[in-house]
Design a protein around this ligand. Structure first.
Ligand code: UDP
Ligand code: MG
Length: 346
């Protein structure tokens, strides 16, 4: 679509409804500021919109404040979970309850500037793209340790998985209804949203956006939570970590064989000297270490299989407010993977 004229954000949007999904965990202090910036942007689009917030088991009064905000914020809908299920699942729950033909997903802490939404939507409209991601233009602003970790994760993910996920794109983006339905048709419990979107395919593009600092509160992602997401992401999208053990095992066995030959020859030529306690110790530690790592990785995959096989619902909804129809506490796609099922369940 190189010949398509540059669409200005002033052009009227051809969407019958725009949905915005906001996952929230302990975001009480940021709410007013968020809506103060988001609502004018959405009103400026000139099409109907809805704001679907998902209170992901906040321990503060985020839910009460959201309910109060319904007095001033138009078309605000609230889903609140029975407990904290994590951001990936909160976004999934929000997406399942949207009805727009295009859906914007963004963080609620104003790190994703709402002012970029018109550009995302213009790109969705003009270039006929199905998914438009905001691309971070200021990558290395976190702590050096976090940046190093994140670079290492994307390298590892790239190398070990069957799909590609850019480091520059995050969870801020606009998705066509068909992408949302495809996403919702993937029923797995271990969810790495960007991986699922990438796996779904469709025509994807990015636009540069300057992300902001978190306005209030603190990041919910401690080091171990991030590490867990990274491991889940890698093991959800590829089996290289499993297969690599065949290679390492072969290599180690061959080295052991060579060392064995060396020991036999040495004994034949020089006779038996003092028993080699150190080398024995080293060999035992080395091999048991390798076996434990291998077992751990198999365990990681077995854990995935276990959690999928249980077929528990992704989440439970404690209350849903502002929707046209009452919802069951179960995810709309529970037990049925077809996108049509999502529509019927709405
Ligand atoms: N979030 C959530 N559930 C969680 C943790 C975070 O819904 O268990 C939301 C949070 O409210 C925010 C978004 O996910 O809207 C991103 O979280 P955060 O800002 O803590 O992550 P970071 O920006 O540091 O990656
Ligand atoms: Mg944040």
């Amino acid at each position: 679509m190189t010949t398509a004229p540059e669409t200005s954000t002033q052009d009227t949007l051809r969407a019958s409804m725009v949905s915005v999904v906001l996952p929230m965990h302990n975001e009480r202090d940021g709410l007013d500021r968020l809506f103060a910036r988001l609502v004018p942007v959405l009103q400026g689009l000139g099409v109907p919109f809805e704001i679907v917030t998902v209170d992901d088991g906040s321990r503060d009064d985020t839910f009460e404040r959201l309910k109060a905000a319904r007095a001033t914020v138009p078309h605000l809908k609230i889903v609140t979970f029975s407990r904290n299920f994590g951001k990936e699942i909160a976004v999934t729950a929000g997406l399942a309850r949207t009805s727009g033909d295009v859906v914007v997903v963004m963080d609620s802490d104003l790190q994703h500037p709402p002012e970029a939404i018109p550009q995302l939507l213009a790109e969705w409209q003009s270039g006929h793209y199905d998914a438009v991601y905001a691309r971070r233009v200021d990558l290395d602003r976190g702590s050096p340790l976090r940046n190093a970790f994140s670079t290492a994760f994307y390298k590892a993910f790239d190398y070990m998985s069957e799909i590609r996920v850019d480091r520059e794109t995050g969870d801020f983006g606009a998705f066509d209804r068909k992408v949302v339905d495809a996403f919702l048709a993937m029923p797995e419990r271990n969810r790495f949203n960007r991986g699922l979107f990438a796996w779904a395919g469709f025509r994807t593009t990015t636009i540069p956006v300057t992300m902001e600092e978190r306005q209030t509160g603190t990041s919910q992602w401690g080091f171990f939570k991030l590490l867990r997401l990274a491991i889940a992401a890698i093991t959800s999208f590829g089996t290289l970590p499993l297969k690599i053990w065949a290679v390492i095992g072969t290599f180690v066995s061959l080295s052991a064989l060579a060392y064995g030959l060396f020991v036999i020859l040495k004994t034949l030529i020089f006779g038996a000297d003092t028993p080699g306690f150190p080398s024995l110790m080293v060999a035992i530690l080395f091999f048991s270490g390798i076996q434990l790592v291998g077992l751990g990785i198999i365990g990681e995959y077995l854990g995935h299989v276990f959690s999928e096989v249980k077929r528990r619902p992704l989440y439970f909804v404690r209350e849903a407010i502002g929707f046209d129809r009452p919802f069951s506490i179960l995810p709309p796609n529970h037990g049925a993977a077809a996108p049509e099922a999502n529509r019927d369940g709405r």
